[in-house]
Design a protein around this ligand. Structure first.
Ligand SMILES: [Zn+2]
Ligand SMILES: [Zn+2]
Length: 327
């Protein structure tokens, strides 16, 4: 399913099989998670996609062939491919354990063709072995919603209660991780989204309400999964002195101006960008211990546009996943 230009629906096309280059693996795609970032790319809010482009950066696939020198995996192995697709290894960020900020990073489903397809190629160094106990469809959302959410959770610090603004694919995974760590989560949804608020409580949120409401007690930290800038002052208002507001998305509408006293008392607003391979390895080791259960809504590949529309409208409970060759 190919994006030819921003603002257009994806188009079903027959393409030549990609060839794995040196150090790459050719994957038969089993499943690919649908991420809010996919919508930002399709809508043209992220401005540097290669075109035409196959989007999708939560790929679960089976190794079908090896490029020259590839040796980390064997044909038949099941692997996961995340958003971070390549880094330079030599810039100041790469050399200081912050490859998520690499100056020349390339991203899956953005500058590298992704997983809304029957086949994909990936640099073997950026693939993950997947926990065996996760079926293909349930594993896919771990690869971005789970592991970038996990990075956001760590950047939020160790306190509680935590506030999650936007209860979608990432929050429904992270509430399980936070509970596993003995921390309470307050979930904020679109105002009036009773079904989303009930879903959050069912997964373990101690309280849920609309994004404009104040929680029953001040938050130690808030994570904003929804890409709405007006949530920044709303979350600051709900956050205790010294608390952190983490913006977890890659794009957000403009943040409205707000009185300085909302930030005063050492409150922090910060973003989280991308992932490191270490984030992925740590999260994929933790997920089966929690254990994280992912709720997925499945769409066949040819209905990728319907999957994106459902995500946009807020109709998905948990994560949307494209099934390609999943068992
Ligand atoms: Zn993503
Ligand atoms: Zn670099």
């Amino acid at each position: 399913m190919v994006l030819e230009a921003a603002g257009r629906p994806l188009r079903w096309m027959e393409m030549a099989s990609p060839e794995p280059g040196p150090g790459q693996v050719l994957l038969r795609v089993l499943a690919c998670g649908v991420c809010r970032t996919d919508l930002h790319i399709v809508d043209g809010e992220l401005r540097e996609p290669k075109l035409p482009l196959v989007i999708g950066h939560q790929i679960v696939g089976t190794v079908a062939a090896l490029g020259a020198g590839a040796e980390r995996f064997a044909p038949g192995d099941r692997v996961g491919v995340p958003w971070l697709g390549w880094t330079c290894g030599v810039c100041v960020f790469c050399r200081s354990g912050r490859e998520n900020l690499c100056d020349r990073a390339r991203f899956t489903g953005y500058q590298i063709d992704g997983g809304y397809a029957e086949q994909a190629v990936a640099d073997e160094r950026f693939c993950f072995a997947l926990p065996a106990d996760y079926p293909d469809l349930q594993a896919a959302p771990l690869l971005c919603a789970g592991l970038i959410g996990f990075r956001a959770l760590r950047l939020a610090g160790g306190g509680e209660p935590l506030g999650f603004y936007g209860f979608g694919a990432a929050a429904h995974i992270l509430v399980q991780v936070a509970r596993h760590e003995g921390r309470r989560v307050f979930a904020f949804t679109r105002p009036g989204d009773a079904a989303g608020q009930e879903f959050a409580r069912r997964l373990g949120a101690a309280w849920s309400g609309g994004s404009g409401e104040l929680p029953p007690e001040p938050l130690a930290a808030a994570i904003l999964f929804a890409p709405a800038g007006e949530l920044v002052p709303a979350a600051l208002r709900a956050t205790a002195k010294g608390g952190t507001v983490v913006c977890a998305g890659i794009h957000m509408s403009d943040i409205p101006s707000f009185p300085y006293h909302l930030l005063w008392n050492e409150r922090v607003v910060r973003s989280v960008a991308n992932l490191t391979r270490r984030d992925g390895e740590e999260f994929l080791a933790l997920a089966p211990q929690v254990p994280v259960h992912t709720a997925v809504e499945v769409f066949p590949l040819e209905q990728a546009n319907e999957a994106l529309a459902a995500l946009r409208s807020g109709r998905i409970q948990g994560a949307a996943v494209i099934a390609v060759g999943a068992r």
